[in-house]
Design a protein around this ligand. Structure first.
Ligand SMILES: [Cu+2]
Length: 155
């Protein structure tokens, strides 16, 4: 009888541990990333050299009702990832500056593209070629980490 009770308690505990996890915040599934690619900022890719920099572009949609921000990215194929914005000064010269975050307002779609926001990967390892797929872990302030695949392109 005792062992029967014990078994019952164990089963109850097991069932309890299988209970569904609490529902994620509504913002957690609100971010959709598409058309992700990495390429040389100038567009051409004459063979990847170790230590080169690559720019990451993509389309980020916030289908939720809460503003979010892209606050960082992590990759294996480069030493460092930075959030950048290309700015054009009064004399029409383009330069890049680092930003802490890229705002992804609720209900909006933000495009990381040439001449605007992008992710800069520096210290790229030399074994990437056009057509490869690389993994990028994007960190959002509300949505947390979202892992995506990006195509290595030359255009
Ligand atoms: Cu840049």
């Amino acid at each position: 009888m005792k062992s029967y009770l014990l078994a019952l308690i164990v089963i109850t505990l097991l069932l309890a541990s299988c209970a569904p996890a609490p529902k994620p915040q509504s913002s957690q599934s609100a971010i959709e990333v598409s058309a992700a690619q990495v390429r040389l900022p100038g567009g051409q890719m004459p063979g990847m050299n170790s230590g080169d920099s690559l720019a990451g572009y993509m389309v980020i949609k916030n289908a939720g009702s809460t503003d979010d921000k892209l606050v960082g990215a992590q990759v294996d194929f480069a030493d460092m990832s930075m959030l950048h914005e290309t700015v054009i000064d009064a004399s029409n010269v383009a330069s890049m500056k680092m930003v802490d975050a890229i705002p992804i307002p609720a209900g909006q779609t933000v495009e990381l593209k040439t001449g605007g926001f992008h992710i800069m990967f520096t210290g790229v390892k030399g074994d990437l070629k056009v057509g490869d797929t690389v993994k990028i872990s994007l960190q959002f302030e509300s949505a947390g980490t979202i892992s995506i695949n990006a195509k290595v392109t030359d255009q």
